[in-house]
Write a protein that binds this ligand. Sequence first.
Ligand SMILES: Cc1cc2nc3c(=O)[nH]c(=O)nc-3n(C[C@H](O)[C@H](O)[C@H](O)COP(=O)(O)OP(=O)(O)OC[C@H]3O[C@@H](n4cnc5c(N)ncnc54)[C@H](O)[C@@H]3O)c2cc1C
Ligand code: FES
Length: 362
Amino acid sequence: MHAAGGNWRNYKVARRVRESETVVSLHLVAADGSPLAPFEPGQFLTFRLEGADGRPVPRNYSISSDPAERSHYRISVRREPGGFGSGVMHDQMPEGALVEASGPKGRFTPDPASGRAVLLLAGGIGITPLAAMAHALARQGTRPVWLIHACAKGPAMPFARELSDLADRNPSFRRIAVLGSPTGADRKAGLYQHEGRITRALLRSVLPLDDYEAYLCGPAPFMQAMFDALLQLGVRQERIAYEFFGPARVLAATHEVPAETIQPSEVVPINSGREAEGQDSMVSFTLSGRSALWDGAQPTLLDFAEAQGLSPPFSCRNGICNTCLCGIEGEVRYLEEPLEMPEEGQALLCCSVPVGPVRLRL
Ligand SMILES: Cc1cc2nc3c(=O)[nH]c(=O)nc-3n(C[C@H](O)[C@H](O)[C@H](O)COP(=O)(O)OP(=O)(O)OC[C@H]3O[C@@H](n4cnc5c(N)ncnc54)[C@H](O)[C@@H]3O)c2cc1C
Ligand code: FES
């Protein structure tokens, strides 16, 4: 175990719970018994696991528990066949084990100031951040919430009982379970509402015409299909937030969609206005000779560079992999502390905003 400094803390596994055939939850408490930091639904922890050669290996796991539950963080890990981190979490983390993590962090969180209806779309293990959102939004009780969770079959579906109980207790929260290939036992138990995939027709049939915002998490093909379906149903692009569990991607429509869904408009995007800092700072891209005024409309310098037509390299978009490291003159502020703080003269674009004028080597 490494000494925990900065944002790193040592946690103890207080409890293990099997959630499905392939998913196990670990309930984590601070190893020194101190209170846990509050988290926003949708945030995750970065774990520092020990690799075979003794070197630290970072892995992220979303907090799947109710943010109002302050006694522990629950993370829920699906075993990936041959996967290192999920293997450690499944096989080497008995109750009482210690593990280092930093966070909670991440910007895949519903805007608490919004009153719009919410659509949560989960594919498989992508349910973890959305389960925390479901608890928080159901408790809030002021916004209609639909959670649609797709899995291959019942035994692979984590949190089925927990979330159907939540729906029973909260009239503003509705849950729809979708199974791709239900087993005979699934059919007998009748614990799902739809068979097959989440299609545009299904979304249209269950969702009232409403002004809602959507949160997506699941495998890449699922995310692309849901993104396209929502755009085709007229949901505006700026109202669709998503998080990838693997390397991050920027989703773009792959089918023709109504023009107004992807046009800039007067509609305020999800989470806009949270980071107006640096407004009116000139951002210059020295290699391409471009420059533009930072107006706070993009969440990070990486998004801003992309909006100017540049394609900086990236992978995690979460301050973990260093792929977006870029030479810089000027100052930035980090929205979340990166795993390793870059040296002077360099910045991680995916998690920073300018503080005054900056010149980026792009
Ligand atoms: C923000 C965020 C939140 C996340 N939250 C969760 C969560 O709540 N729950 C969850 O389960 N996961 C979550 N993840 C994913 C998680 O971080 C890990 O990526 C996941 O557990 C797989 O890691 P691993 O070390 O087990 O697999 P890895 O060892 O990284 O391998 C991944 C896959 O690649 C295959 N593979 C590995 N090496 C090779 C090779 N050389 N050739 C071919 N194939 C190979 C493995 O068999 C495996 O299937 C999240 C990720 C992010 C970015
Ligand atoms: S893309 Fe991974 S740190 Fe920025």
